[in-house]
Design a protein around this ligand. Sequence first.
Ligand SMILES: C[S@@+](CC[C@H](N)C(=O)[O-])C[C@H]1O[C@@H](n2cnc3c(N)ncnc32)[C@H](O)[C@@H]1O
Length: 231
Amino acid sequence: MKDDLIFDMEMAKEYDKGIRRALPSYDALFRMVQSFLRANIKDSANVLVVGAGGGNEIVTFGTANPSWTFAGVDPSEAMLEVALQKAKNEGIEERVSIHVGKIEEIEFTEPFNAATCILVLHFVETIEEKRSLLKTVKEQLKPGAPFVLVTMFGDQSNSEFNERMNLWKSIWLDLTDLTLEDVNGMEESVRELSFISANEIEKLLDQAGFERVTQFFSTTLFGGWIAHAGN
Ligand SMILES: C[S@@+](CC[C@H](N)C(=O)[O-])C[C@H]1O[C@@H](n2cnc3c(N)ncnc32)[C@H](O)[C@@H]1O
């Protein structure tokens, strides 16, 4: 993960506000992810949440789906602490297990009925590490299980990326008191994250053993894909 973006306690507390500025359709995205999961899993389900820090998947899907249980994985203890506290506040902590570490480091005894990996992959630096993460997720799933991947994406050398970046900056300028200088500084940091193109993401999902890979979400610098674990 990029060293300059540390998910510590300060970041964990600010996260909920910041993410809705960086991605104004964050809540709508979660509603779409929930619809996909509901349509593709039976009544009770054990859901693997990769990058569960902050707890938004666990709390959003957990409160609305009382028969689902969750395994939340994240290397950031601070982000997981926030997740656990939110689960306790909602009284759903008995349906949640928390695992500190990268997904590749955690051993599970039972395969999962579904998995999500939301806003994690652009922090994973190399293409090999991204492939390994996705392969590990696939190995933890039952055949046919639904999977949702949401990540920053794009080919930085292409003009569409620049247009998307300009829109992303315009939204920050429109919704906040930040100056153009501030937002240009943010652009510099964001450009250091690990972006790959939509084609590369779809290739990685295919190589990891996912089928019916379909992009369902695309806004500014963010994209989302639905897929199913192959046999
Ligand atoms: C931007 S937050 C996303 C949190 C949440 N999924 C959401 O959508 O609001 C990214 C999280 O991914 C975690 N992360 C980074 N690399 C990971 C890995 N290999 N396995 C699991 N989590 C990882 C980070 O620690 C951080 O908490």
